[in-house]
Design a protein around this ligand. Sequence first.
Ligand code: SF4
Ligand code: SF4
Length: 285
Amino acid sequence: MLLTAESMKAPVNKIISFSNVDGPGNRTSIFFQGCPFKCWYCHNPETIHRCNNCGACLETCPASALSMIDGKVVWDKEKCVDCDTCIHTCKFMASPKIEELEVAEVIERIMPNRPFIRGITVSGGECMLHAEFLKELFREVKKMGLTCLIDSNGSIDFSKHEELMELCDGVMLDVKAYDPVFHEALCAHSNHRTLNNLHYLLSINKLLEVRTVILPNYPEENLQTVTHVSEIILDKCDYKLLKYRPFGVREEALDKMGRIIASDEECKRLREIAISKGAIRTIIV
Ligand code: SF4
Ligand code: SF4
């Protein structure tokens, strides 16, 4: 069946009405469910998979907000008290609190925020898994006079979505590692497409910022990534070095990633290297 703009739906994990950390200005952030990466340090692993309806979280809900209907988990938003017990119970990196929304329904949620925001940011999970939905969403958001940003890990080929790129005001791209072997170990996925997207987005002048998480246990890998990314982006976009923080990282990943925050000294050293390579718009976050 051909999906029309009206009938097209996408799985939404959550909508934050006002965010000042998802791009410039005050923004409404929309987080989509599902991600091809499984990064060790993911802070919201419940966005990675779609629920497989195993039912394990149902009994743990203190508010009886979850039920099984025709083999599918149904979430009652009105009863939910947002304790996240279900998310902590789930061993499958999923959440039962997903809403399948149409573009019009997302617009309805954005509308009350309109006087107070500069635009929207779509994130995840990996929002580009829903590129066709984003295209229709951006079309409507543009009519409201708002800007549209994409926050992505670059796992989906941006060059195949020209119309979306025309509607999009900028992309914030994660480059988690430059070395392909390390990236594969870190994210359970190749970085080939992410690096291609880095060059493509620069070529069409849509790259707003690049982000790399600085990992305390991997100084050589940090250096390699920061050096190569800096040489590619130069002064054409912001480069954010995000300090690794262990909070919210799943227990089995903490052994690999460590339980300490990346040091100020290491981040400052890498920032100086980035600037010396030409990425003069590098900041530590
Ligand atoms: S959210 Fe997780 S635990 Fe709950 S039904 Fe889905 S897969 Fe099972
Ligand atoms: S967050 Fe999950 S466990 Fe907590 S009330 Fe809502 S559905 Fe139930």
